[in-house]
Design a protein around this ligand. Sequence first.
Ligand code: DOR
Ligand code: ZN
Length: 430
Amino acid sequence: MSSLLIRGAKPYGEGEPVDILVRDGVIAAIEPKIDHDADEVLDAGGLVALPGFVDLHTHLREPGREDTETIETGSRAAALGGYTAVFAMANTDPVADNAVVVEHVWRRGREVGLVDVHPVGAVTVGLKGERLAELGTMARSAAGVRVFSDDGLCVADPLIMRRALEYTKALDAVVAQHAEEPRLTVGAQAHEGELAARLGLAGWPAVAEESIVARDCLLARHVGARLHVCHVSTAGTADVLRWAKARGTTVSAEVTPHHLLLDDSRLSTYDPVNKVNPPLRTSTDAAALRAALADGTVDCVATDHAPHAAQDKDCEWSAARPGMLGLQTALPIVVQTMVGPGLLDWRGVARVMSERPAEIAGLADHGRPIAVGEPATLALVDPAGRWTVRGADLASVAANTPYEGMELPGVVVATLLRGALTARDGKATK
Ligand code: DOR
Ligand code: ZN
């Protein structure tokens, strides 16, 4: 029997500090003061205890681009960011469109053991959007895939999307759509607006996202299936979601930290570290997304952690790949954009970072209440701590963070997965 005593943490930042005794991976007691000869004691004075975070949208790049991230380095970044489960997107090389690849990702995640790595299965063979992948085989594989996505690309064909929704409904799974009407974004480089026009960058209009989200909400309702919308980036998409939810559509949605904090004024730097898909929108969009996350129109935060090699980022804008690192900076940015301004309290942070994503993906043992008998799968956060982001210091192989040199509030001090410390004081434990 192994035991760990967490001293003086505030669950959800509420009430008086308590001691939390963890025995064999489970919360055994929560009391104002616990006298127990634990194997290990963790001083958590001043820290907020939250359920471990769940990221529905992570690019781990293995197999295929281990020069930018591996399941091991990505797991470290996740643990350091307070995550206990991540969903690894299917746009690897080879694509995760079959049982062999998803089982590889799942097994490798278990071997590393820092975070539960759940592979996302591709919706279509090779992400080509033409033929459905073997969704059932992936669902029944050892990886037990429950989230399917062609992320990076949109499932643009409405008939394929309809069939995907029908299959996932039968499998009790969900399609996570990268909403981008490809005919409206040919050659697109940046948010379609005044700034992109002035800089001579081909525009990615908001309507390319909003039209697909509206279509898919209608399809999901017609089929009676669940739909999840990836990286919502515009105020108009929030309006569509509000409308769809009001009429009972089973749709959920995520927003990235970068779309909450950053806007297209970053374009004027011409630095491709700011290039991302969907692109950074206007400050009005970012404000609408923060409001939509606060009121539940957007269900959760997902990182879209997208490591890229230096040669794919340190080049001219049009040649650069879209994407930015996110796992280690997500909580601080949520603190900065949502907790600081009073849009979310720590209960709300638990909801958008852990509980809702776990529910959407059907994870039974994450996003659980901090209570006796529950798994000790936790993030301990110093709300008063601040740190300065240095890409070179992040655990990822790649270093493409748009927050270089920024001082952010909120430090993840420790992460526990079923009672085992996976990160502590800025170091992953493996
Ligand atoms: O910015 C992005 N990067 N958006 C995507 O949809 C894909 C991702 C990647 O794989 O790099
Ligand atoms: Zn995407």
